[in-house]
Design a binder for this molecule. Structure first.
Ligand code: BEZ
Ligand code: FE
Length: 279
């Protein structure tokens, strides 16, 4: 058998070059990558010009990355790969709160706030009371659980996207449950917003006639000693983008009815229980 690469043996030829001492997991990953990449090329039979476009796309995806922007993660998000990796790594029993993508806008070190406080520091947007419990799989309250919450403002921007306009930690905060496992705080009803679409990922979406919007959502990290941390969102039921989230983050169990209320300045109420599985 020839060891020179041809159209028929290409993947096997590349894979056979790997050294004996290659780490077994790296060997498995590289073999699969080469096998699937070569199968993809055989499937689409790109022209040299098309392959050049692909290389140029990936080059520009790298070039636009900076400390503040990670276009490769955005590409993974927009291709549904982030949610697939998330699903594989966070399989949970029925009843446990489902995970969804982390996204680029979490900030470490948000202030711990008192239960009932408002995370909305700029007074913009429609106030909403968020409430619920942190529970174990048997329905028992989990005391001393943390809830780290972050959301966009009334125009669809996170504080870190508008450092000159929004106060630091606007629409962010960390809450800790007491003995009853309950939480409640004020925030705003979030609005839908586009993922960054002024780069290669935005161009890709446009070319395949996809919009860049995420349905209105609020992000949460919720955890407690001895329990598996959940990274999730709640989504506003009825949002026009709920079935076409640009990053495929929506799950049925995370869609919440925001109920209109008339309580002073508070216009909405959203109730959601977090159910954690043991570590
Ligand atoms: C977000 O919801 O914050 C987000 C997630 C993925 C890509 C862009 C934004
Ligand atoms: Fe978001």
């Amino acid at each position: 058998m020839t060891h020179y690469l041809n159209e028929h043996n290409s993947a096997e030829t590349v894979n056979s070059r790997m050294g004996e001492n290659t780490h077994p997991r790296l060997r498995q990953i590289m073999q699969s990558l080469v096998t699937h990449l070569h199968a993809f090329i055989k499937d689409v039979e790109p022209t040299e010009e098309e392959w050049g476009v692909a290389i140029d796309f990936l080059t520009r995806t790298g070039q636009i990355c900076s400390d503040a922007r990670q276009e490769f993660i955005l590409l993974s998000d927009a291709l549904g790969v982030s949610m697939l990796v998330d699903a594989i790594n966070h399989r949970r029993p029925d009843g446990a709160t489902e995970n969804t993508v982390f996204g680029p806008f979490h900030v470490d070190g948000a202030p711990e706030r008192k239960m009932g406080d408002s995370i909305n520091l700029d007074g913009r947007g429609e106030l909403c009371r968020y409430e619920g419990r942190v529970l174990d799989l048997q329905g028992n309250p989990i005391p001393n659980a943390y809830i780290d919450v972050w959301s966009d403002n009334d125009e669809g921007f996170y504080d870190v996207q508008q450092p000159d306009i929004q106060p630091p930690f606007n629409n962010r905060g960390i809450f800790r449950t007491g003995a009853d496992g309950c939480y409640f705080f004020l925030g705003i009803k979030p609005v839908s917003y586009p993922i960054p679409n002024d780069g290669p990922v935005g161009q890709m979406l446009e070319k395949v006639e996809r919009h860049p919007f995420r349905p209105a959502h609020v992000h949460f990290l919720c955890g407690a000693e001895g329990y598996d941390r959940v990274c999730t969102h709640i989504f506003v039921a009825g949002d026009p983008y709920i079935e076409s989230d640009a990053v495929f983050g929506v799950k049925d169990s995370l869609i919440v009815d925001f109920e209109p209320v008339v309580e002073g300045d508070i216009k909405w109420k959203a109730a959601f229980d977090f159910v954690l599985k043991p570590d």
